[in-house]
Design a binder for this molecule. Structure first.
Ligand code: HEM
Length: 464
């Protein structure tokens, strides 16, 4: 006899009427992390609505990959970007397949190399702006940095300079507006916010850049050139409006994840002397104070493992899929048109899949052997399958570059008395706040120039 939804256990901690809303609002990370103790598939009540929570990697993989055609994108995820238009992060089905095909070339490994110069320049801008002893708002710096990275990757030609400047000025506003429009679409429609007004100016600058690029016709090795060249299966290219909307969409999708990751890496380095020393040793040996190029990244395996391990410990807190028909999951029947959530944060900190999960251990990823036993559904920072993050390698690369540039030159120390704890913000996990004091580093190898002190060093010009 097949099980019915009523046979799916309810997660503990439900309140009358409100259900699990108070638990999810008060301590979402704690709630989701302890849920697996109560079953592989649980029911959650959020006010009058029933949701489901998959806590086992096998079920998550079934939803995202093996039986992916039974599931669609969650309504909430799509809603956050719907105000922009039918863009990649918001659409489903055939429209998604078309947009994905058009956007994919800009994110292929070979293409990513072209963005390293912009990534390095953005990280250097941040590193150049500090003085020894300065208390840095790391969260703001990291958000500004990832916004700078995406805008530089979009517009590498001077033809896009005005659009780049506008988008860097308003990118964070676009995120705010995206959240507002997702939570309260009717309120958003009538609210005359400054953020909405600023977006109008940014939109105009982006349209001008698109027109200028089209007229110019050259390939500038950037995301905008790639979008203008992309063709769908019928050989049609994207309209100016579609290109404009996807640019805005990348500002919504591409900032939070790398920013959160960068914050946590510097927080962890300040509390893990051995990891920090190994990172510094690698950077000093390979880069010796110069800025990294695309070719250097393969020479920085420890830096890359550190980024991956930080992403294991601090991925997004929740993902979701919607059933398009009744499905069988974990031995239970789940109805059509319901949301099933999963938590990368909980899965990637579960001691059943990762030994000593609270420990930041980059060597976990040293060889395939060391993670052989991790089930595929327990490594889902970028989701998997149809709607998997298109910017996964872009994000890993920009974070490795940021860490290499900043840690070559600075140690960031915690501010005494500050308590740093993870909080769920949109879909990512950020520190509640992260202030750190910048200390200028000295090199392990004395022959090497200390960045910012050698008169001809690439970093010296804007250091003083
Ligand atoms: C550490 C950084 C990042 C994390 C953890 C992350 C995570 C994710 C996740 C979990 C999804 C799937 C959402 C779903 O299941 O519906 C996603 C989708 C997406 N991400 Fe990322 N992301 C990161 C960085 C980026 C960057 C840097 C970009 C752009 C440059 C980007 C662009 C996108 C886009 C366009 C989608 C939608 C893909 C599609 O539906 O085909 N992300 N991201």
């Amino acid at each position: 006899m097949s099980a019915t939804p009523s046979s799916i256990p309810e997660a503990p901690g439900a309140w009358p009427v409100l259900g699990h809303l108070p638990a999810l609002i008060h301590d979402p990370l704690g709630f989701l992390s302890s849920a697996a103790d109560h079953g592989d598939l649980l029911q959650l009540r959020l006010g009058p609505r029933t949701f489901y929570l998959a806590t086992h990697p096998e079920l998550v993989r079934t939803m995202l990959v093996s039986n992916a055609t039974d599931f669609s994108r969650s309504k909430g995820a799509a809603g956050a970007s719907r105000f922009i238009g039918p863009i990649l992060v918001a659409v489903t089905g055939e429209a998604h397949r078309r947009q994905r095909r058009m956007m994919q070339p800009g994110f292929q490994r070979e293409q990513l190399k072209h963005y390293v110069v912009g990534m390095t320049a953005a990280a250097r801008e941040a590193a150049d702006s500090w003085r020894p002893g300065q208390v840095v708002d790391v969260q703001k710096t990291a958000s500004d940095l990832s916004l700078a990275v995406i805008t530089k990757a979009l517009f590498q030609s001077d033809l896009g300079a005005a659009a780049e400047a506008e988008l860097r000025g308003t990118g964070h506003d676009i995120l705010k507006v995206a959240r507002l429009s997702a939570i309260a679409p009717k309120l958003y429609a009538v609210l005359p916010t400054a953020a909405k007004r600023n977006m109008g100016r940014t939109s105009a600058a982006i349209r001008e850049a698109v027109t200028a690029y089209r007229a110019d016709g050259r390939d500038h090795d950037d995301l905008l050139s790639m979008m203008l060249r992309a063709e769908d299966a019928e050989g049609r290219t994207m309209t100016d409006q579609e290109v404009h909307d996807e640019i805005m969409g990348l500002a919504v999708a591409g900032i939070g994840g790398p920013a959160a990751l960068t914050c946590w890496i510097f927080h962890e380095l300040a509390h893990n002397t051995v990891v920090e020393q190994r990172l510094h040793a690698e950077l000093d040996t390979v880069l010796a104070g110069r800025l990294p190029t695309g070719a250097d990244l393969v020479l920085l395996p420890y830096t890359q493992r550190l980024v991956k391990e930080a992403l294991r410990k601090y991925p997004g807190w929740v993902g979701s899929r919607r059933t398009v028909r009744p499905v069988r999951l974990g031995g239970h029947e789940v109805p059509a048109d319901v949301e099933i959530m999963y938590s990368s944060y909980a899965l990637q900190r579960d001691a059943r899949w990762y030994r000593d999960p609270e420990r930041l251990d980059p060597d976990r990823w040293e060889s395939k052997e060391s993670t052989r036993d991790v089930p595929k559904g327990a490594w889902v920072p970028f989701a998997l399958g149809t709607y998997k993050c298109i910017g996964d390698n872009f994000a890993l690369m920009e974070t490795a570059v940021a860490v290499a540039v900043i840690a070559s030159r600075w140690r960031l120390r915690p501010v005494p008395g500050d308590v740093v704890r993870p909080v769920a913000k949109a879909t990512h996990v950020f520190p509640n706040r992260l202030r750190m004091t910048a200390e200028l580093r000295t090199f392990a190898t004395p022959r090497d120039p200390v960045p910012g002190t050698a008169p001809d060093s690439a970093t010296a010009a804007s250091c003083d």
